[in-house]
Design a protein around this ligand. Sequence first.
Ligand SMILES: [Zn+2]
Length: 167
Amino acid sequence: MTLKKEEKQSLIDLANEARRRAYVPYSNYPVGAALRTKSGRLYTGVNIENAAYPQTMCAERVAIFKAVSDGEMEFEVIAVVTNNGGSPCGGCRQVMAEFGLDTIVLFADGKGNLTKETTVHELLPEAFTPKHLVTEKSRQAKGKTQVKKPVVPCVRVCLFAAVYSQP
Ligand SMILES: [Zn+2]
């Protein structure tokens, strides 16, 4: 899909506005995200830091998780705004990939200028997605090839036979 210039700008502006609410006392690197679903709903997110650093959450994931918790799982575009047009981290790319590789990703700087337009697929080539997670159970449910259980010889019986078959 192609986005009109005004559509991109309004998402960037929404993300940039949200960015003001970022909770970043440690990095002082506020990030804002604005996500538009295929049904047309909008979700914003900001990065939220924590004194226990690893508990910090990125703006992109906050927006995506808000959408998913509302039952929205098909996304069209996400705009990400940072001071300097920085790109989403690897963890966020993986979370985006879960919900579709075709989602458009816009990067913008703090002045609201679009610095890059790309897709999740371009950001995370060879992504590990739900289709790769084929388990034995799901294969059987689909009625495809059932893997036979390997025949494990009973060691005790074999040893018994070996011992008592001696002449
Ligand atoms: Zn991230």
